[in-house]
Ligand binder design. Structure first.
Ligand code: KIV
Length: 272
């Protein structure tokens, strides 16, 4: 009997690739827990990423660098329990895919075997090609990530727009073609000029998923906590807040505190 995971309508890696061919936009968001995954999945999100942004959004680190394999597996397991339809992709943490190909295979394998992911994402261009080829050969689908790659924050020195100058833009386009040739099923383009993202999108067959990369990518992704107005420490220009949940939650908490202090909660109707 088919499980819910294999039920008709389940988004697969080939389906994500077919969406580009059909000209159908791909809606992606991040999740780190069961409840959020359930809400995103039932809302029709096509691809859910357990991003290493979990380190900043959930754990309170200043960067994504400290995120561990064990942490990403824990969050992937929770998200996997909430998904019926969306494709589940896990972000490979810093240094989980750079040390050696053997170590990378082990770590990516853990994302699928222990976490329940259906693909992994890893940051980087040409230097990652051999690793990507190996993973794909072994049946581990890979999503690429170019432009602003937050794990390189110490090299970049900040979260500025990438590939603004001609040389970096040319390199990014070359990297995208190399990643495609290595076998990625899609490429995240983060914080790059919209015109460059359009050019990349037109020059590769695999879908591009933009975040701060303009409207012409084949799909879009945002950090869910950003678009919900929950992560309020900073708001990049490319984030659209669809709701101000942070404000709503603060006001609910303040009301609760006041109600408890003034003995207005619980009422008799809320008591046994
Ligand atoms: O970690 C993350 O959430 C990401 C997305 C922003 C693409 O890499």
């Amino acid at each position: 009997m088919a499980s819910e995971k294999t039920a008709a309508g389940k988004v697969t890696v080939p389906e994500i690739m077919a969406m580009k061919k059909r000209g159908e936009k791909i809606a992606c968001l991040t999740a780190y827990d069961y409840l959020m995954a359930t809400l995103l999945d039932r809302a029709g999100v096509d691809l859910i990423l357990v991003g290493d942004s979990v380190g900043m959004v959930v754990a309170g680190y200043k960067t994504t660098i400290p995120v561990t394999m064990d942490a990403i597996i824990y969050h992937t397991q929770a998200v996997a329990r909430g998904i019926r339809r969306a494709l589940l992709v896990t972000d490979m943490p810093f240094l989980s895919f750079q040390v050696s190909i053997e170590k990378t295979v082990e770590n990516a394998g853990r994302c699928l075997k222990e976490g329940g992911a259906e693909a992994v994402k890893l940051e980087g261009g040409a230097p990652m090609a051999e690793t990507i080829r190996r993973l794909v050969d072994l049946g581990i689908p890979v999503m690429g990530h170019l432009g602003l790659t937050p794990q390189s924050i110490n090299k970049f020195g900040g979260y500025r727009l990438r590939a603004k100058d001609k040389d970096e833009a040319k390199q990014l386009l070359t990297d995208a073609k190399i990643l495609q040739e290595a076998g990625v099923f899609s490429i995240v383009l983060e914080k790059v000029p919209a015109a460059l993202a359009k050019k990349v999108t037109e020059n590769v067959q695999v879908p591009t998923i933009g975040i701060g990369a303009g409207p012409d990518c084949d799909g879009q992704i945002l950090v869910t906590h950003d678009m919900l107005g929950l992560f309020e420490e900073f708001k990049p220009k490319f984030v659209r807040r669809y709701v101000e949940l942070g404000k709503a939650m603060r006001s609910a908490f303040e009301q609760y505190v006041a109600d408890v202090k003034e003995s207005k909660f619980p009422s008799l109707q809320e008591s046994y």
